[in-house]
Design a protein around this ligand. Structure first.
Ligand SMILES: Nc1ncnc2c1ncn2[C@@H]1O[C@H](COP(=O)(O)OP(=O)(O)OP(=O)(O)O)[C@@H](O)[C@H]1O
Length: 177
C-alpha cells in the first residue's frame, strides 16, 4: 500500500545535530522520531557493548526485523549515524547534516568523547563518509546535504524539510486521484 506520510532519514557524523533537528521536526510535523541508537538498546538489536568505541555492536538483521512492520507504513523520522541498511523502498528522503570540523570538535569535546573516538568522528566528517554512504545507497534525487553550523540553521533546515513534506504529500494525493 502506498504511504500517505513519508519516511525521512536524518543522518550525519555523531554530534552534527541529528537529534536537535529530529526533535523539532517531530514536534512540528507529528512524524514519529525513531532514534535508532535507542531502539538498538531497548529492543536488544545488538551483540553486546564495544568498550573501545563506547557503543553497541549493532545486529543489523535484528534491527531490520524489529522495524519491518512499522517503517514501511511511513510517518517516521529516522535518526542515525548510518543509513545504508534501510531498504530503498522504505525511504523517501535522506538528509545528510554537515558541520565545520572545529564546531564538531567543540561539540564532541563538550560531550567528553575519548580522544580516539573524537578523532575518528572528525576524520569521518572531513572525509564526507556519511554523504558518500547516502549517495551510494539511495537515488541522487532524494539525498540532500544541509549545513548544521549555527543554531539558526536548525530552524531553517526544519522549515525546508517541512516544505518538502507538504509537496511530497500533495504528490501522493495527486497520483492516487
Ligand atoms: N546547528 C547547530 N548549531 C549549534 N549547536 C548545535 C547544532 N546542532 C547541534 N548542536 C549541538 O551539538 C550537540 C550535539 O547535537 P545532537 O545531539 O543533536 O547531535 P547528534 O548528531 O544527534 O549526535 P549523536 O549522533 O551522537 O546522537 C548538542 O549540544 C547540540 O545542542
Amino acid at each position: 500500500m502506498p504511504r500517505t506520510q513519508p519516511n525521512i532519514i536524518i543522518t550525519g557524523t555523531p554530534g552534527v545535530g541529528k537529534t536537535s533537528h529530529c526533535d523539532v521536526l517531530a514536534v512540528n510535523t507529528g512524524l514519529k522520531h525513531l532514534s535508532i541508537n535507542r531502539i538498538v538498546k531497548d529492543r536488544g538489536c545488538h551483540d553486546g557493548w564495544d568498550d573501545e568505541h563506547q557503543s553497541w555492536i549493532v545486529d543489523e538483521d535484528k534491527l531490520l526485523d524489529s522495524l519491518e512492520d512499522e517503517l514501511p507504513l511511513g510517518g517516521h523520522i529516522i535518526d542515525w549515524h548510518a543509513c545504508d541498511l534501510f531498504p530503498k523502498s522504505w525511504i523517501d528522503l535522506v538528509v545528510v547534516l554537515r558541520t565545520d570540523s572545529t564546531k564538531l570538535y567543540d561539540r564532541l569535546k563538550a560531550r567528553k568523547y575519548p580522544e580516539q573516538k573524537l578523532q575518528e568522528n572528525l576524520d569521518s566528517e572531513i572525509m564526507e563518509v556519511l554523504l558518500d554512504e547516502a549517495r551510494g545507497s539511495y537515488d541522487q534525487g532524494i539525498v540532500v546535504e544541509l549545513r548544521s553550523d549555527e543554531a539558526d540553521d536548525i530552524e531553517g533546515n526544519v522549515g525546508r524539510i517541512e516544505t518538502w513534506i507538504k509537496h511530497w504529500e500533495q504528490d501522493q494525493v495527486a497520483s492516487a486521484a
